[in-house]
Design a protein around this ligand. Structure first.
Ligand SMILES: Cc1cc2nc3c(=O)[nH]c(=O)nc-3n(C[C@H](O)[C@H](O)[C@H](O)COP(=O)(O)OP(=O)(O)OC[C@H]3O[C@@H](n4cnc5c(N)ncnc54)[C@H](O)[C@@H]3O)c2cc1C
Length: 565
């Protein structure tokens, strides 16, 4: 049986960062359902935050100011010690990446360039044009190859195997070989990214189905703050490809069908650079009021930036507009609408990335430490993935210094692999039933309708009822024809089970939280309520269904105040 000291699930920035920081003597494997450099991190555009104070307008920037912006942006739901750790570590992290060869854009003086981003008091987002994720991911991958990390590319992890709350290993489906394979490990780090495709409109890659979060939940590991879902304000109308915040950071305007820069009515100081929750809500409100184009979108206007700036700073955005909307933003405004973008919630871990299960760690978008609270600032997620990926690798290494491989896990692993194979066979043997892709579409619509930008109790309750019906339909799922190698139907079938759980936890958390905070806007409870709700939602899977508890937010030097921009 394949055996490792440490298995990292996920080849994005968090996973690679974790693998790179593991103790050199350990046998480390990275498993990814796609080739690592196709992980969703590659799509990140705008940049990564650190208070380097390179930009002339940000010369007095400090990590403390970065922490304050992050905590205020989070609507005070972030744990302040963790947010401070993130912002302090940002500075050495960027220099380490620079030394590893990340080709950051530069200022005339040769220092790393920085641009303004939403919710940030100063320009502190470091970038490589509008392809920051790509250069970061490629550099980290090169480093991992150099250090002889073992990669299992195109393997879908399907199960976590535990005994008495202690990790034994994993079971995976090798897509190319078409086989189910057990893997033993002394420790595991989940870095499986977000669940964007639980929603109908999302900027996320199609691979972002969220099964890592679902698997952890199934294994009895709690999920935290899952009701907080980020909707990005500016995605290309109809396609929902991201138009990075960098476009507004570099000076783009949001304009409604009446030709008005409407952000003046919602955030008169920060305007287009207010935090994402506020800008997304403002755009949706304009559309709902009838001030949008075709009742669907508003314009993001870059024309006044001029050809040279657009070509130099936003070449990828221009390409997206040319290829997917048939327009050149140098000459025409971009039609945009909000769409799901990021998961603030996730697997409940502490600031060392440890979970309540011995030997199980998580980092990156699938995890919730929590540094983003109720709303993440742009540029803080790449940072979180790399900083907490590294912390996870260090924590797992520390844990591994403690003991040998748990004896005798082979039976449990083989049983789980056999159960999965027999389930796949039985799904194949059915000659009729529900098509998994149709179920997936139903789920996406349901989640979007019930837990979108605006929420209320009746809609959330209805969503939960429909979800129960969908669960029933999933019992009748079948696969048409034969399915062995590279079977996407099988991938979705396995992941769909987890997506049902994720949707339920989002809806339930949203229904119970009777207040408005950050990205969670309840039209029936439109005010933030610190007295009752300055706390994290923790949901654990119990025999009778989801069990909800709450945990206090860690407050440090920044007392909660009203957010004004
Ligand atoms: C279009 C877009 C642009 C963005 N731009 C920015 C930006 O400019 N700045 C910023 O800070 N943030 C940005 N973000 C957010 C940021 O890119 C992500 O939050 C971050 O990259 C997530 O990294 P990760 O390593 O946690 O996950 P990912 O990069 O998504 O990697 C997840 C990995 O897990 C693997 N995986 C998942 N499930 C399984 C399974 N069951 N079995 C095996 N492998 C599995 C995948 O194959 C993949 O390798 C952007 C997001 C989007 C959608």
């Amino acid at each position: 049986m394949l055996s490792h000291d440490l298995l990292v699930v996920g080849g994005g920035l968090a996973g690679l960062s974790a693998a790179l920081s593991a103790d050199p003597g350990l046998k480390v494997g990275v498993i990814s359902k796609v080739h690592p450099i196709r992980s969703h991190s590659v799509a990140a555009q705008g940049g990564i935050n650190a208070a380097l104070a390179n930009h002339p307008d940000g010369a007095d920037d400090t990590w403390e100011k970065h922490a304050f912006d992050t905590i205020k942006g989070s609507d005070y739901l972030a744990d302040q010690d963790a947010a401070e750790l993130l912002c302090r570590q940002a500075i050495p992290t960027i220099y380490e990446l620079d030394h590893w060869g990340v080709p950051f854009s530069r200022l005339a003086a040769g220092t790393i360039a920085q641009r303004p981003f939403g919710g940030a008091g100063l320009p502190r987002t470091c970038y490589a044009a509008d392809r920051t994720g790509q250069v970061l991911l490629h550099t980290l991958y090169e480093q991992a190859v150099r250090r002889n990390v073992t990669f299992y590319d195109e393997w879908l992890v399907t199960d976590i195997i535990l005994r008495d709350r202690k990790l034994l290993g994993l079971v995976a489906y090798d897509l190319a070989g078409g086989e189910i394979i057990p893997l033993r490990a002394r420790a595991v780090i989940f870095a499986t990214g977000g669940y964007g495709r639980v929603y109908h409109r999302s900027t996320n890659a199609y691979i972002n189905l969220g099964s890592g979060i679902g698997m952890a939940y199934k294994a009895g590991i709690p999920l935290k703050d899952m009701e907080f879902v980020q909707f990005h304000p500016t995605t290309l109308y109809g396609k929902n490809i991201l138009i990075s915040e960098a476009a507004r950071g570099d000076g783009g305007y949001l304009v409604n069908a009446k030709g008005r820069r409407f952000m003046e009515d919602y955030a008169s100081k920060a305007m287009e650079l207010a935090p994402r929750d506020i800008v997304a809500r403002s755009i949706q409100t304009e559309i709902d009021k009838g001030n949008g184009f075709e009742n669907e979108y508003v314009h993001l206007d870059l024309r006044h930036l001029g050809r040279e700036k657009i070509l130099k700073r936003l070449p990828g955005i221009r390409e997206i507009c040319l290829h997917f909307a048939g327009l050149d933003p140098i000459d025409r405004p971009i039609p945009i609408q909000p769409a799901q973008h990021y998961s603030m919630g996730g697997i409940d871990v502490d600031a060392t990335c440890a979970s309540p299960v011995e030997g199980f760690f998580a980092a990156g978008e699938c995890a919730c430490v929590s540094v983003h609270g109720a709303n993440r600032l742009g540029g803080n997620s790449l940072l979180e993935a790399i900083v907490f990926g590294k912390i996870a690798g260090e924590s797992a290494s520390r844990y591994l210094r403690g003991g040998p491989l748990e004896a005798g896990g082979n039976r449990e692993m083989a049983e789980t692999a056999r159960a999965l194979m027999s389930r796949m066979r039985s799904v194949h043997e059915r000659s009729a039933g529900e098509n998994v892709f149709q179920l997936l579409n139903r789920l996406k619509r349901l989640t979007s309708d019930a837990a979108g930008i605006f929420r209320d109790a009746p809609t959330l309750r209805r969503g939960l009822e429909e979800l129960a019906e969908l669960r029933e339909a999933y019992r009748r799922v079948f696969i048409y024809g034969t399915c062995g190698r590279y079977c996407q139907e099988m991938v979705v079938l396995v992941e769909f089970e987890h997506m049902l759980e994720i949707a339920e936890v989002i809806l339930l958390g949203a229904l119970k939280r009777e207040e408005t905070r950050g990205s969670h806007f309840r039209t029936d409870f439109p005010k933030r309520d610190d007295a009752s709700w300055l706390k994290h939602t923790i949901i654990t899977r119990a025999d009778k269904g989801p069990a909800i508890t709450y945990r206090d937010v860690q407050i440090g030097r920044y007392a909660p105040q009203e957010r004004k921009y």
